[in-house]
Design a protein around this ligand. Structure first.
Ligand SMILES: C[S@@+](CC[C@H](N)C(=O)[O-])C[C@H]1O[C@@H](n2cnc3c(N)ncnc32)[C@H](O)[C@@H]1O
Length: 381
């Protein structure tokens, strides 16, 4: 090997000082170095050099055979930036993007175009200043809410036909309805803000002992629905409940200890954290608020949140207030408009008001709507 001891810092230095010798050295380095981190820096440093003809040759003869997408991204990055002033780089960049048809390259292009438009600081616009209750199917009622006017969505949709308030003809029907609701949510959520969905697998009741029950991994399907509706995955938080509070599924195994009859008690529910796609980093959303909006110094450091469930005589599936509190604390600011499109008894709205946010709640069941607005806190649109 010609340059066995070369370091990242030395490569950076070769990129920083523009000269034909440095460009040549970097190209030689590219052909002998095997470490991917070093190679990445070499490609990036080549892109910082100025002899466009040599750089163009280098990229077009290596990009399709370099073997690592990390290197492709660096070469494409050079094409994006040099494409500003050089049509050949622009053309090569587009060829690369089309050839790989890769989501990172597409996103790079989107971010780059957005930066070119030189959009400055985003303005904070609060469209609503009073709690709002929308009674009816959210697919319809959310049409009354302005687009891009909500800063956080948190909800727990029906878990297919698990509870008395839903009766879908089939799981497919259920998923299609959920997708329409998510599309309605996507329209009203501000670009780059969070939608957070609490769901977990459910099991259908067996029609008789001779039939097998079906277990539905709802959260897996929700991932696809969310992605298709224009949100991307950020985190999965596990809401962990005390084992004594959940249905015991250990019975069969405890009797026989036979393999295959094992069924663990399900003490977790998924809290799926997604972000509405935007061509800018989250920093831009945060920059709309000044430092006085920061939380106190206590926080939950892991993605396992231990919270006891709550029961309520008026609704069979209510959020514990503690769960709403944490979501509001970590994913919204004071004064934000926050939406629960499947509000049930309205727990999220209640905590949102206590935490100085403006809730918008959707609920299709008249009895629950009356419950939510028992003390007339909400304006009904
Ligand atoms: C899991 S519960 C929500 C419970 C809520 N998190 C709470 O703390 O009470 C789901 C609620 O969504 C409502 N719902 C179902 N489909 C709806 C739709 N398309 N539009 C509005 N509400 C709907 C149901 O009536 C039910 O009350």
């Amino acid at each position: 090997m010609l340059f066995p001891e070369i370091t990242l810092a030395q490569i950076k230095e070769l990129g920083r000082i523009k000269s034909s010798e440095n460009l040549q050295t970097l190209i030689e380095l590219y052909s002998v170095i095997e470490d991917i981190e070093l190679l990445r820096e070499i490609v990036s440093s080549i892109g910082r050099q100025t002899d466009n003809k040599i750089i163009l040759d280098f990229i077009s003869s290596n990009v399709y055979k370099c073997g690592f997408m990390d290197l492709v991204y660096q070469m494409y990055r050079t094409c994006l930036y040099k494409g500003k002033t050089c049509a050949e780089f622009k053309k090569l960049g587009e060829e690369i993007r089309k050839y790989f048809n890769n989501e990172v390259l597409n996103k790079m292009r989107e971010y780059y175009d957005y930066r070119q438009d030189r959009v400055g600081k985003l303005e904070r616009v609060i469209k609503y200043d009073k709690p709002i209750l929308l009674c009816g199917n959210n697919i319809e009622t959310l049409k009354k809410v302005d687009e891009n006017s909500v800063q956080l969505i948190f909800t727990s949709p029906p878990y297919y036909n698990a509870k008395i308030y839903s009766n879908y003809h089939s799981y497919q029907d259920y998923l299609e309805d959920m997708f329409q609701s998510l599309m309605a949510c996507q329209r009203v959520l501000e670009d780059g803000r969070f939608i957070i969905i609490n769901v977990s697998p459910v099991i259908s009741k067996r029609p008789g002992r001779e039939f097998e029950s079906i277990r539905y991994p709802i959260h897996f399907d929700f991932h696809n629905l969310l992605t298709h509706a224009g949100f991307y995955f950020v985190d999965e938080i596990q809401w962990i409940k005390p084992e004594s509070s959940v249905k015991n599924r250990n019975g069969g195994y405890q009797q026989t200890h036979m393999p295959l009859s094992y069924k663990p008690n399900c003490i977790n529910e998924s809290i799926m954290v997604y972000r509405k796609s935007a061509p800018f980093l989250l920093d831009k959303n945060i920059a709309m608020y000044d430092k006085t909006f920061a939380n106190d110094e206590n926080f939950d450091s892991s993605n396992c949140w231990y919270i006891a469930p709550k029961s309520n005589k008026n609704h069979p599936a209510v959020f514990p207030k503690e769960l709403c509190l944490r979501i509001l604390k970590y994913y919204s600011f004071k004064g934000d408009v926050v939406l629960d499109p499947f509000a049930g008894s309205g727990t999220f709205g209640e905590v949102a008001i206590e935490m100085n946010r403006i809730p918008i709640l959707c609920e299709q069941n008249k009895i629950y709507c009356d419950l939510i607005n028992a003390d007339n806190k909400y304006v009904q649109l």
